[in-house]
Design a protein around this ligand. Structure first.
Ligand code: FAD
Length: 562
């Protein structure tokens, strides 16, 4: 194990990490544990864990979203167990059902249950509709609707996908790009679902949405991040809570300091050598000064998010159900999914009671988001009654937790916008590395890996101050050369680029145009394909060091499913 470097006067200013969520804390942990590099972590909230926090109110614990710890990546699994002792993990059965038309459908699909609920006639119509869709697949499979119909047929799409996806994203399914499927239900098809229903014992780990069990920290996912915080603090890192990053000052194409603002408005400047940022990109770009030119700032402003709120209702245990959650496909209620926190872990609830988390997918500032808590709790009770799950008069207590920016909105501009921002950062703030859910799919962590390796190299070689300064000058000269090559780069619309840049950028422009009409197979490759296909961007440095991979893999959207 490496000993932390002494960040004394002779050493450069520390690495600043923005956000104490999974990506930020993992980066801090890996830097200090593997490379001996201490960092300062600035977190705007009063709790760590980001979206993967455990919220605690009056002794009840809520998981905002229900976080299954399931991964096919061995290093990630090993890291979880390195951070949290084995005895704090439980192996939990996965169970979930779909509520549709007054009936509960097992999910993953079970042939007998689906047949019983649908009835023979409707089941036959679904098979006919599926066969028809195979013969006559929808012409436009670049939309989520086309993607699903081609794999399930129109009838099943209307029964099981349309309403839920519209609740989830707040947009008609035929207006959503197929990328949404790539993020969530990528290997799933009717064939797979039926095979799974008929052969339940086969290895289902190939399809993440069908896994049968998962690991879970006994006090919820936040336990992992509270422990990560304790570990990094013990190694000399500083975690500064309640401090929102509001500014990043750059000089000569590099960030030199970060401004954090406390809840009382006090501002503090933190000098930095590198910044690893897990804050939303649409807030990162405007925080940087001098301000970004139009293409980058427009790309940042164009990134959208879907927000989320949970109404947690305490009910007597007799109303408990074995599911981790129930998807509510019914149009009669607004709730999209209902968690049973007692089914995730008995440590989340109290003796004789359970707590149900009703999830509402919203846009921050919309009518539902702005409703007073008491009104949301009443709505939650009413909807539990409509669904025949709980007698509303038996609800004993209620809490509301709002979670802004829960889901990045993978619309048709998402990849291009992220690529544009990354390109701009590369030139104007080349030591800022966006990572995690709010990072770029590949570049961020590769760049974070690059930073870590560079820091580590310098430390190992024991580079003297003069040596470091000389290296800094060399880097500055190289970056200046790069900037000169990209002259006018982000400040100029793509069409107006200098001839040297035109070809690559034209490809980007063509690609953005193509993205509206790309095939489902390329869309299904998801955000991860952006590095491969985005040839107009500066080449991403491919550095497969473990630090580079962990934040993305842990936070990668396609490791989990709804
Ligand atoms: C409903 C739902 C269910 C999910 N289920 C699973 C699952 O089963 N398994 C799984 O692996 N993943 C799951 N996820 C995904 C997982 O929650 C995220 O991928 C993960 O939390 C992302 O971590 P992050 O550190 O990148 O970002 P975040 O968790 O968003 O953390 C970012 C942190 O940065 C802080 N921050 C933001 N702006 C600033 C600022 N200006 N200054 C300082 N700090 C700032 C935030 O407060 C936050 O703490 C789920 C997500 C949702 C919404």
């Amino acid at each position: 194990m490496n000993e932390p470097v002494d960040n004394g006067a002779a050493t450069p200013p520390p690495v600043v990490i923005i956000g104490a969520g999974p990506a930020g804390l993992t980066a801090a942990y890996m830097l200090v544990e593997r490379y001996g590099i201490r960092s300062t972590i600035l977190e705007s909230d009063s709790v760590v864990g980001g979206i993967s926090r455990t919220v605690e109110r009056d002794g009840w614990r809520f998981d905002i979203g229900g976080h299954r710890f399931f991964t096919k990546v061995r290093e990630v699994e090993a890291l979880w167990h390195e951070i949290l002792p084995d005895e704090d993990f439980m192996l939990r059965p996965r169970m979930s059902r779909i509520y549709y038309n007054g009936k509960y459908y097992d999910y993953p699909l079970k042939a007998s249950n689906a047949l019983r609920n649908l009835g023979l006639w409707e089941a036959a119509l679904c098979v006919a509709s599926y066969t028809w869709a195979r013969i006559n697949p929808p012409k436009d499979q670049t939309t989520l609707e086309g993607w699903i119909v081609s794999r399930f047929g129109w009838r099943l799409y209307r029964h099981f996908f349309k309403t839920y996806n519209e609740k989830l994203w707040g947009v008609p399914v035929n207006k959503l790009p197929a990328d949404f499927a790539a993020q969530r239900i990528k290997n799933l098809s009717l064939y797979n679902a039926v095979m799974n229903a008929l052969l339940p014992k086969r290895n289902q780990k190939a399809i993440t949405s069908l896994i049968e069990e998962f690991q879970y920290p006994k006090h919820g996912p936040g336990m992992m991040w509270e422990r990560a915080r304790d570990l990094v603090e013990a190694k000399g890192c500083t975690v500064v809570m309640n401090t929102r990053v509001v500014g990043i000052r750059t000089e000569h194409g590099k960030a030199v300091s970060v401004t954090g603002q406390a809840k009382d408005g006090t501002r503090t400047e933190f000098p930095c050598s590198h910044i690893i940022s897990s804050m939303p990109m649409n807030q990162l770009v405007p925080a940087i000064s001098p301000p970004a030119a139009a293409p980058a700032s427009k790309a940042a402003a164009d990134l959208r998010y879907r927000d989320f709120l949970t109404v947690a209702l305490v009910v007597p245990e007799k109303y408990s159900f074995p599911d981790n959650w129930i998807y509510v496909h019914s149009k009669d209620v607004q709730v999209g999914r209902i968690q049973n926190f007692g089914s995730w872990s008995p440590y989340m609830v109290k003796e004789g009671r359970t707590c149900l988390g009703l999830e509402f997918f919203v846009f921050e500032g919309d009518e539902t988001w702005n409703k007073p808590d008491a009104e949301l709790i009443e709505q939650g009770k009413r909807e539990l009654g409509i669904l025949n799950l709980v007698d509303p008069s038996k609800v004993e207590a209620g809490y509301v937790v709002r979670m802004p920016k829960a889901y990045p909105f993978y619309d048709e501009h998402y990849k291009v916008n992220v690529a544009r921002i990354v390109e701009w950062l590369h030139v104007h703030a080349s030591n800022v590395y966006p990572v995690g859910r709010n990072g770029d799919a590949h570049g961020g962590e590769h760049r974070a890996g690059h930073a870590a390796r560079r820091m580590e190299r310098e430390r190992r070689r024991g580079i003297s101050r003069r040596g470091r300064e000389a290296a800094g000058r060399r880097r500055a000269a190289r970056d200046a050369r790069h900037r000169a090559r990209c002259a006018g780069d982000s400040a100029t619309p793509l069409r107006a680029r200098p001839p040297g840049q035109q070809a690559g950028q034209d490809r980007l422009t063509r690609r953005s145009a193509r993205s509206a009409t790309r095939t489902s197979s390329s869309a299904a490759r998801g955000a991860g394909s952006s590095r491969r296909s985005w040839r107009g961007a500066p080449p991403q440095r491919k550095l497969p060091v473990e630090l580079a991979r962990i934040p993305r893999r842990w936070t990668s959207e396609n490791r989990w499913s709804r």
